[in-house]
Design a protein around this ligand. Structure first.
Ligand code: MN
Length: 137
């Protein structure tokens, strides 16, 4: 058993090769093998979002605060709110982030495959995000 106390793991700024805008990440747990669990809190300032990306074995999001937007490649922008959960299938290209004028925090739960839990792709352009803005009123 292991208990890790709140405040013992520093938050870090989300890097620009993975995120657009101001994003803070706080680790929950990167479990040791044989577990492949990779989990963390992510807080997006209004307008901030991930790049497009995929996860090798899917991803579960638990929206814990605020209002956000999620989109799979080719699909509509969907509004999400605290208490909602979102599942992305293995290899499904997508992004997630805050609503244009409201911050959003989620817990991200993934499993690594060959040591990696995510493949980062191109940024979500302002034009694509403006689409989110129009749909997420
Ligand atoms: Mn994701």
């Amino acid at each position: 058993m292991m208990i890790r106390r709140n405040g013992s793991q520093p938050s870090t700024l989300g890097p620009p090769d993975s995120f657009t805008g101001h994003v803070m990440r706080t680790p929950i747990l990167m479990a040791d093998a044989p577990s492949r669990l990779a989990t963390g809190w992510v807080t997006f300032d209004p307008g901030a979002r991930t790049r497009w990306h995929t996860h090798p074995v899917g991803q579960l999001l638990v929206i814990t605060a605020g209002a956000g937007c999620v989109q799979k490649w080719g699909g509509p922008v969907e509004k999400v709110f605290a208490g909602d959960i979102v599942w992305f299938d293995s290899g499904e290209k997508h992004w997630h982030g805050a609503a244009p004028t409201t911050s959003m925090t989620h817990i991200a739960i993934t499993e690594a495959e060959n040591g990696s839990a995510v493949e980062w792709l191109e940024p979500v352009s302002d034009e694509q995000y403006v689409g989110a803005k129009a749909q997420a009123r």
